[in-house]
Design a binder for this molecule. Structure first.
Ligand code: 173
Length: 318
């Protein structure tokens, strides 16, 4: 009799036990769903889910229609979602440090060795209640794209779409700036509300901006950072096995970053083929342009984070 009761209890509980072994994490993208970034992440999720049966699954909730671009960081911080696919510039409303990673000259792989990854995680935990799982876009400069020709780095009279990435640098060239999410740039270009925008060397075509873009200013500056960030409470609540699995898969994604080197070359070529002309300054001006971007970037980083700016510089700058 007793044994039957035990058996019945075990049978009744077993689905719950199985459930306890598998966790499903909700992921949202701050980038529009039609961006190639998101396709790559969906491929990664499919792989995570295929191999993670009984351990860990990821459920893609959607892009900015589900949670607006600049709200994704808050949603991860507060646990509204478990994982955010975003870039630091989109969650400076959580902490100013988020935007400092654009100044990385060391690679994600180097930062895993030089203490950078630990420092990032210390800051992200303390100030944003986040675990920084992996950087999945790097080796990618940002550029200024404009529809009016310039012959020197002077944007007087131009209205330029920005995110925090570009703000101080473009303002230093006298631009009038306007912050928008990527999803709003096409319409702003179409309506002539902006004369240009800051954006990486790649991913114009994902959003059809080549249709409304005349010039790319070379050289590029900074280093685009896109990453997977996770709510820290949720991260801590994972079992050792689940955490190990998620970290292994996130690292494997990060280790694909060399991909961007060749992709960026093909994107530059594609821009030329689409009729986007390059504006290049003379060698001395180009050198100053890049140096000024860096100088302004770090000055602002240290001002925004007296606590961590300098420490980050040690592991990010070369
Ligand atoms: O321009 C942007 O929207 C931006 O800040 C960014 C950052 C990283 C990758 C792509 C865009």
């Amino acid at each position: 009799m007793k044994r039957t009761v035990w058996l019945a209890a075990a049978v009744a509980l077993s689905p719950m036990l199985a459930h306890a072994q598998e966790v499903t994490l909700r992921l949202v993208s701050a980038f529009p769903e039609n961006q190639f970034y998101v396709k790559r992440t969906l491929d990664w999720i499919a792989d995570v889910n295929k191999e993670g049966k009984g351990v860990l699954q990821i459920n893609f909730i959607g892009g900015p229609k589900a949670i607006p671009t600049f709200e994704v960081g808050k949603a991860v911080q507060t646990g509204v979602v478990d994982i955010g696919f975003s870039t630091g510039a989109f969650y400076t409303n959580v902490m100013p440090e988020a935007d400092i990673l654009k100044l990385s000259e060391t690679s994600a792989a180097e930062q895993r060795k030089n203490g950078g990854y630990e420092l990032i995680n210390k800051i992200w935990a303390e100030k944003a209640n986040m675990r920084y799982l992996a950087k999945v876009v790097e080796f990618t400069p940002f550029h200024l794209y404009i529809n009016k020709k310039i012959d020197k780095p002077d944007l007087t009279g131009m209205k330029i779409r920005i995110t925090p990435v570009y703000r101080e640098f473009f303002q230093s060239m006298n631009a009038q700036v306007m912050t928008t999410a990527p999803g709003e740039v096409y319409t702003a270009l179409e309506r002539g509300v902006i004369d240009g925008y800051g954006w990486p060397i790649h991913a114009l075509f994902d959003l059809n901006w080549q249709e409304k873009t005349k010039f790319r200013v070379d050289p590029g500056f900074y280093n685009a950072e896109v990453s997977l960030v996770m709510n820290l409470d949720k991260y801590k609540a994972l079992s050792a096995k689940q955490r190990e699995y998620l970290e292994r898969k996130a690292l494997a994604y990060e280790q694909q970053n060399d991909f961007w080197k060749s992709y960026n070359q093909s994107e530059a070529k594609r821009q030329a083929e689409a009729g986007i002309q390059t504006i290049t300054f003379d060698a001395a001006t180009s050198k100053d342009y890049v140096a000024k971007a860096k100088e302004i970037g770090w000055a602002n980083a240290i001002k925004a984070s007296p606590q961590y700016g300098e420490q980050l510089k040690k592991v990010l700058a070369k």
